[in-house]
Design a protein around this ligand. Structure first.
Ligand code: PHE
Length: 340
């Protein structure tokens, strides 16, 4: 058996150095060290030996197993290194290939419109102020001359958090907050952009949308100032040929109140499908700040007056781009968004 082991050692020592692929190497491992391998077989037949000889043979067999394992391991490392080298040599780098395009995104169309609106009013000397989206009933309604149970609340079915706290239904509460904070300072010349929430959901109404509130308080502010400011805005936004008209309307926090229309940007006021053949498109609500609202905040309505307006940003974007479904803005479909 000692001779047998010696022979195994010699054979392995000759075979392993000449093998140069992984599969053959594995076959050699199986042949010598596998479950039915030659070294294993010798160890199994140790029972035939005398008890004195057994440990000696066991020791020898272990030595030879270690020796073979060692050889196999070194060889495997060598083979792997060679494979890697070959792989690297085959890999070529073509430095003349064109580079990969980096796709640059751009701002969401609503953000673009919002930025345009802000720029126009900043250019006219307005200041930007933001208010909370989770608002007190007091600022959203009461301070704007809309008492509890006033029918005007029905127009703006709301998301209440508690009976006194809700998601604001318009940006007008920023008026109330600013008046309260700045009284008796004049002039106040502010726009308040931001998100508002209502229980509406269809092609032209989303439960979340954006508004820009604008308001100006000073001595002797008139309806002419409101109209002039809005005309200047509309012409910068929609083009120098646009006209506007004011239609009587009602808001509890303005008196008088007016709905503002812009001459249709599709047909130039002639009449088409977009403007339902009227020549006009409604873009915002406005009016002279109600004396009651000024009074609640602490201003003296005999001394100062002001105008206010509120426009829907999505609506402006739909008119400017001729989009008929508001939901497109919120679906994040790149085929839509990439057009702007
Ligand atoms: N807050 C009103 C709305 O959301 C719009 C508005 C603002 C009207 C300011 C008049 C003055 O419908």
């Amino acid at each position: 058996m000692f001779d047998q082991l010696q022979k195994i050692r010699q054979q392995a020592g000759e075979l392993i150095p000449v093998v140069m692929d992984r599969q053959k190497l594995n076959e050699i491992r199986v042949r010598f060290l596998g479950k039915k391998g030659e070294v294993t077989r010798v160890l199994r037949s140790m029972g035939q030996l005398s008890p004195e000889e057994r440990p000696r043979l066991g020791k020898k067999a272990n030595e030879i197993r270690d020796y073979i394992e060692n050889l196999l391991e070194q060889k495997l490392a060598l083979i792997l290194a060679r494979e890697k080298e070959e792989h690297l040599q085959q890999e070529t780098l073509d430095v003349t290939l064109p580079g990969r395009n980096i796709i640059l995104g751009h701002r969401h169309p609503l953000t673009q419109i919002m930025n345009e609106i802000k720029e126009i009013f900043l250019g006219m000397g307005f200041e930007i102020v933001e208010g909370p989206e989770v608002e007190l009933d007091y600022y959203n309604f009461e301070a704007l001359n809309i008492p509890k149970d006033h029918p005007a609340r029905d127009m703006q079915d709301s998301f209440y958090i508690t009976p006194e706290i809700l998601l604001r239904t318009h940006t007008s509460p920023v008026q109330a907050r600013v008046y309260e904070a700045r009284v008796p300072e004049i002039p106040v010349r502010i726009i308040a952009p931001g998100k508002v929430y209502r229980r509406d959901d269809d092609a032209t109404h989303s439960p979340m949308f954006q508004q820009v509130e604008g308001f100006l308080i000073d001595r002797q502010v008139s309806l002419a100032d409101l109209k002039g400011t809005l005309l200047a805005f509309v012409r910068q936004m929609f083009g120098p040929d646009r006209e506007i008209r004011l239609r009587p309307s009602f808001f509890p926090f303005t008196e008088p109140s007016a709905e503002v229309d812009v001459s249709c940007i599709m047909c130039n006021g002639v009449g088409c499908r977009t403007c339902s053949h009227t020549g006009w498109l409604e873009i915002l609500g406005s009016g002279m700040v109600h004396p009651r609202v000024l009074e609640i905040a602490g201003y003296d309505p005999e001394q100062v007056s002001g105008f206010a307006f509120g426009m829907g940003v999505e609506r402006i974007a739909m008119l400017k781009y001729g989009i008929d479904d508001l939901r497109l803005f919120f679906e994040n479909d790149l085929r839509f968004l990439k057009q702007f």
